[in-house]
Design a protein around this ligand. Structure first.
Ligand code: PDD
Length: 286
């Protein structure tokens, strides 16, 4: 496939970055994963806004404007369409602080950011029908990452270790909770529950990523009149919820049927999920 690196389009397997890049040495960078279906990107403006916020917080000077990123993303989607098996394409976009000559923790003053992007195939959206969707099984464990989870940092080892834990238990994700036994998010997704008929998701703070799918989903619920609240969800509430869902750019809204070996509700994707994914599908390209 064709990738983008520092101003050039080139075959992905020819892209080269210095081992002195701070993205490599320190995980000192920000990334985004932007989904597109049939050439149409989902939540592009919101993804770029979150990336800009992350770069500003890390004081990484952004060499490009939004328009240039939009150009890179649409070029990668276009140029890789024939190389990938379908036109469901994700774009991974990565901005690191750049390459230095020495390894020194402090932010260097005079280096320029490294920009890297590549396209990959993503699964098509699942059918919005609960009889046709299997649902996910997830693990549950204490969130042992850092206290800046609102930054979409490329330093993902904490997330990777939690995700791996789920995989080893034969599950597809790991839901995380803090020391107060409040749900934060999952290792690569946000968490929703349906509690007494109300859709609930933990409020945004430093314990979780402000997911773009979460944001678009909430906007679509508002538009379609689905009742929701952004409020603390305890582990007890999670385990007693009628429905549990995960959201992310690759999963959209996916129903969870088992948490830590406990059946969620009836153990099948639920009716509120079906209404939620229909609301989301109507809204996601708008
Ligand atoms: N994961 N929380 C975490 C920790 C994530 O890594 C992600 C995304 C999300 C959902 O965010 P969004 O809806 O913006 O994709 C929540 C991406 C897809 C990844 O790392 O591959």
């Amino acid at each position: 496939t064709i990738a983008f690196l520092n101003g050039q389009y080139l075959p992905l397997d020819e892209a080269r970055i210095s081992p002195m890049d701070r993205g490599f040495l320190f995980g000192d960078g920000i990334y985004e994963v932007i989904p597109s279906y049939g050439g149409k990107a989902v939540g592009l403006a919101a993804h770029l806004e979150r990336m800009n916020n992350g770069l500003a917080e890390l004081e990484i000077k952004n060499p490009y404007r939004d328009q240039e990123y939009q150009q890179i993303i649409s070029t990668l989607i276009l140029r890789n369409k024939s190389k990938l098996a379908s036109d469901n394409i994700g774009v991974y976009l990565h901005v690191s602080r750049g390459t230095d000559t020495k390894r020194f923790h402090a932010y260097p003053k005079h280096i320029t950011a490294t920009i890297f992007a590549f396209a990959f195939e993503i699964s098509p959206p699942p059918p919005a029908d609960r009889k046709l969707v299997k649902g996910l099984k997830v693990s549950l464990c204490e969130d042992l990452r850092w206290h800046r989870c609102h930054i979409k940092s490329t330093a993902l080892l904490g997330n990777v270790m939690h995700f791996e834990h789920g995989q080893r238990q034969g599950n597809q994700e790991t839901i995380l909770y803090n020391r107060e036994r409040q749900v934060t998010e999952a290792s690569s997704s946000n968490v929703f529950v349906v509690d007494n008929g109300v859709i609930r998701t933990p409020p945004l703070d430093n314990q979780l990523l402000p997911g773009i799918t979460r944001k678009l989903a909430l906007e679509s619920f508002k538009r379609e009149g689905l009742v929701f609240s952004e409020s603390v969800v305890t582990v007890r509430e999670l385990l007693n919820a009628q429905e549990v869902w995960l959201t992310s750019s690759s999963k959209e809204i996916s129903p969870v049927i088992e948490v830590d070996g406990h059946k969620v509700g009836s153990g099948r994707p639920g009716p509120v999920w079906e209404r939620a994914i229909q609301a989301y599908n109507k809204y996601k390209f708008s």
